[in-house]
Design a protein around this ligand. Sequence first.
Ligand code: F6R
Length: 610
Amino acid sequence: MCGIVGFIGNEEAAPILLDGLSRLEYRGYDSTGLAVYGEAEGLQVVKAKGRLKVLSDLTQGGATVHGALGVGHTRWATHGAPSDANSHPQVSESGRFAVVHNGIIENYAEIKEFLQGKGIKFTSQTDTEVVAQLLEYNYHGGLLETVNKTLQRLRGAYALGIVCANHPDMLIAVRQDSPLIIGHGDGFQMLASDVTAVIKYTREVSYLDDGDLAILTADGVEVLDRYRQRVEKPVSHVDWEISAAEKGGYEHFMAKEIMEQPEAFRKTVFPRLRDGKVILDELTYTPEYLKNMDKLYIIACGSSYHVGMVAKYNLEKLLRKPVEVTLASEFRYCDPIVTEHTLALVISQSGETIDTLAAMREAKRLGARVLAVVNVVGSTIAREADDVLYTWAGPEIAVATTKAYSTQLAVTYLIGLYFADQMGVIDKKMYDEIVGQLLQIPTKMEAILEQSKDIQYFASLYFNHPSVFFIGRNIDYAVGLEGSLKLKEISYIHSEAYAAGELKHGTISLIEPGTLVVALASYAPLFEKLMSNVVEVKSRGASVLGLTVESKGEEMVKIVDHTILIPEVHPMLLPSLDVLPMQLFAYHVALQRGCDIDKPRNLAKSVTVE
Ligand code: F6R
């Protein structure tokens, strides 16, 4: 949600800010803006509703705005519709302060009323403008005192970049519950919501913690913690290449990321398999701890939650322990039953999703131990969890997740095998078989991805369907949830996923001639049951696109309209193969419908507001 970037150094800031914003656009893209301070020009602010291209055209790629200090913003609207006035930076009445913000100032209305009472005129509907105006109101010549006084009044979540025309040698960064990193350069410093925005300029980054305030100058950074004590932040070296965050010849990031899945799976899983064993060096759970574990609580949002749905089936089968999967946004408010014997498994690609973060903190407060599965190194969830297993998917740029989902799944398999082995509840034959089959997954994934043309054909048949139902049983149902989400979020077709047996309890009334049903029937023990459900929808006129394993193909083709076949694999690992055709189908349908695939309407990748 909203991307912010800032630069202070000895060269023109605007082109660097625009470049940084181009890498943050996945966080929100309804309007953009920048503020740059130049000695001769003073504080110049350019902002506009629309994509970054509008801003880039307005400033001729940054060439019309001069100065070596500035902040930039790409917005996902919360308070106030997308408009020129509501775009950031928000500026104080005198034009002295410019502020970019990611998050929500919860008490903005009260502050606004107070400032209006003092005669201050507001020009936007944003919560952010109160920060700029309050800075101005509190300003008596000292920048740090002003910022501190202002922050004391704010409630909510914020990452802020602040520029003051009276202090052109300083750029201020503040973090409270919204991500913010510092990029350390030689003769310049940057701030950003995410390392992707700075990596072209520097690979040395540090991560701010909640309550931190950083003062950036061209030559260095001073960080003060929430008590305003000076702290040394460790500097990490980012070792992935900038090309990992570029399209590399693909039309869309999503297409590239779908194709990267076999490699991402290899990188996530293979180094953790040694001599036929799952080795998770990162974890220190004792067999006693695991045996005494009363419940595994999986907490996540969106697609990460769908990974949790798959994991529930697998982990309960392997461990014979209760596994509860809960939406992070519900967890905090449902009075969850958590004890010191509860393990909370928190799943998040970004590691910054505010609901997941808040739920994790609540689980910890209630006494749970937290194991996080995270993709973004150094993210807040990764830093606050008791233990972390990283998914090595690399940067995921498309808003709709694909490779992060696949690697999260992979990590849940590893957790299941590792725990079961530690607890001594898995027999060696089964363990060896699953470990052996894990090694074959990437090759099988590649075989499915080669069928992309067939799936493109099915998409061309069905892309105009107004409504699609995904049905499945057991793990097929869990994958159906993800298939349905992928389709609706990027193609805007209404779709729902149902446990096939549930259809008859109401939803089947929506099936009429021509309705598309995607039937996932890869889980062999329930193949026949699922096919009975398929016959039921067929006899009400539905068109059915079926998915099953090769050995069941012959049976399926007799009943459905079109069949997608996937290679045979251990049932526990099926979701890793099932999901690929679902992703490809959603992608090709969206392509046919002319949708903006990487940046679907109303969405943003990292959901940092509640
Ligand atoms: C859907 C999608 C979202 C995320 C969700 C959680 O394609 O990407 O549903 O899965 O917003 O995000 P993370 O995993 O970053 O916590």
